[in-house]
Design a protein around this ligand. Structure first.
Ligand code: NOJ
Length: 489
């Protein structure tokens, strides 16, 4: 996310309606804690999955190697004025060549799960048509290395690097041709990789790449579409998700699990009363209505359609059925509280409270500190959509990491952030919220989109001149949590 947008724009993240309607379910009381020893570490379930996450364009580099096609992010990053520190992902972390070292970093952390993304233009340089076997081979090598080191791979199919050819030919997500091309690509990957990849995320943060890329011109491809066209592009994206789910089921090995990874618009009750919690449930459904709600319910909420009015997307009943294809899990990227919600006597029964200027944030100004968000967002989502399996597909923070005179990186603010968020996550899991795993964003510092290399989110510091990787203090913190499967002492 970026600091370059307002609360109103946030509100538009999911094309939401301020005139929200009643959600379908009532609030249930959480189970009580039964800890006998108040100082005992807060444990996670035995089979809880600990991991780290990355994405292709942010780490791979090697943009002109082995037949990779151009993506919209290559074009965008090379456009003057778009990236704050004037860098690109051309070289990034050179992960394409250093992947063995990077898998070694994960092994040292003790994590057994890894979420990475596949670069569509490596596999289909033109977006459709002839595949590029050399591109796929990189992922074959990566998977083999991960499995040899006892790390389970989770592949994301789309982390924003759309083949430029599709943008040029059909206007990218403005056309259902892209939705169909995405499904073909998904099916191809499923055919070739599901012997080793058992879990696939379709789209990463559709809310971000649509609004920032097609609505506000901040991200690639840098468009500022009027509302009706943006809503149509959003519809094409969720259609692409549904078609991809079907293609993976048709062409992948039986038992392959699939779902989206979305930056859910995070709602938090202003304070914990049953009325506010209920209000936050209704708000969760409405504020996510253009993406998660339609993907999980197979229909647009009445509030969304009313709010969009003449700008509502055009769709058929058949398309809604495809969009609502059942998922095996839902991935939630959770960083910050976006909406504090209070119950209201006025329609629609909830209101969004304004943030005071003094609300604390991490080094990125959009990254407000609200550990309770990672408790409430999955709890509310599970309630509203009756979810049985949730992964936290991203959580983490940037910080002003400097190498100290002794060569170490003392990122105490990242540890502060993680320790508080993980406490709240443990609380959710202990109360029965079905979060089955957590992928920390991110393994190592990398290309943070419009911020370039200035914003460092990694557990491992990267010197981008020498490509030297140095685990930060937070890497030790995380290893400790992972190996004890618990937080606190
Ligand atoms: C969300 C995105 O998925 C990821 O690519 C990005 O680096 C992080 N958030 C941090 O902003």
């Amino acid at each position: 996310m970026s600091g370059k947008f307002s609360r109103r724009q946030f509100a538009k993240l999911a094309g939401f309606s301020a005139l929200g309607l009643a959600a379908t379910s009532a609030n249930a009381a959480p189970k009580q804690k039964t800890a006998a020893d108040p100082h005992a570490p807060a444990r996670f379930p035995k089979d809880f999955r600990w991991g780290t996450a990355t994405s292709a364009y942010q780490i791979e580099g090697a943009v002109n190697e082995d037949g990779r096609g151009r993506s919209i992010w290559d074009t965008f990053a090379h456009t003057p004025g778009k990236i704050e520190d004037k860098t690109t992902g051309d070289r990034a972390n050179e992960h394409y060549h250093r992947y063995k070292e990077d898998v070694g970093l994960m092994r040292d952390l003790g994590v057994k799960h890894y979420r990475f993304s596949i670069a569509w233009p490596r596999v289909f340089p033109e977006g459709t048509g002839k595949p590029n076997p050399k591109g796929l081979d990189f992922y074959n090598r990566l998977l083999d290395e991960l499995l040899a080191k006892g790390i389970e791979p989770y592949a994301t199919l789309y982390h924003w690097d759309l083949p430029q050819a599709l943008q040029d030919r059909v206007g990218g997500w403005q056309s259902t041709d892209t939705s169909k091309a995405f499904a073909d690509y998904a099916g191809y990957i499923a055919e070739r990789l599901t012997d080793r990849v058992k879990n696939i995320f379709t789209l990463n943060e559709a809310g971000r790449f649509l609004n920032f890329g097609y609505g506000w011109g901040i991200d690639a491809p840098g468009l500022k579409l009027p509302n009706a066209e943006l809503n149509q592009a959003r519809h094409n994206v969720v259609l692409g998700h549904g078609l991809a789910v079907q293609a993976i089921r048709a062409r992948g090995r039986a038992g392959t699990k699939v779902g989206p990874a979305e930056n859910i618009a995070t709602c938090v009750p202003a304070f914990d009363t049953p009325e506010n919690v209920r209000a936050a449930e209704i708000a969760t459904r409405e504020l996510n209505s253009g993406l998660l709600s339609v993907m999980l319910e197979g229909k647009y909420t009445d509030g969304f359609l009313e709010y969009a009015g003449k700008d509502a997307p055009k769709f058929t009943a058949e398309e809604l059925k495809i969009i609502g294809s059942p998922n095996d899990f839902v991935g939630l990227n959770i960083y910050a509280p976006q909406f504090y919600i209070a119950a209201s006597d006025k329609k629609p029964g909830w209101s969004v409270l304004p943030f005071p200027a003094s609300f604390p944030h991490m080094s990125a100004d959009w990254l407000r500190i609200g550990p309770e968000t990672i408790y409430w967002a999955p709890r509310l989502a599970a309630k509203v959509w009756n979810l049985k399996t949730i992964y936290i597909t991203e959580n983490g923070t940037s910080s002003e990491d400097k190498v100290h005179a002794d060569g170490k990186i003392y990122d105490l603010d990242r540890i502060m952030y993680l320790r508080n968020y993980l406490r709240q996550l443990q609380r959710a899991v202990a109360e029965g919220v079905p979060v089955r795993g957590y992928f920390l964003w991110t393994l190592m510092d990398n290309f943070e989109w419009i911020y370039g290399y200035e914003k460092r989110f990694g557990l491992v510091h990267v010197d981008f001149e020498t490509q030297r990787r140095t685990p930060k203090l937070s890497a030790s913190f995380y290893r400790d949590v992972v190996t004890r499967n618990a937080i606190g002492a």
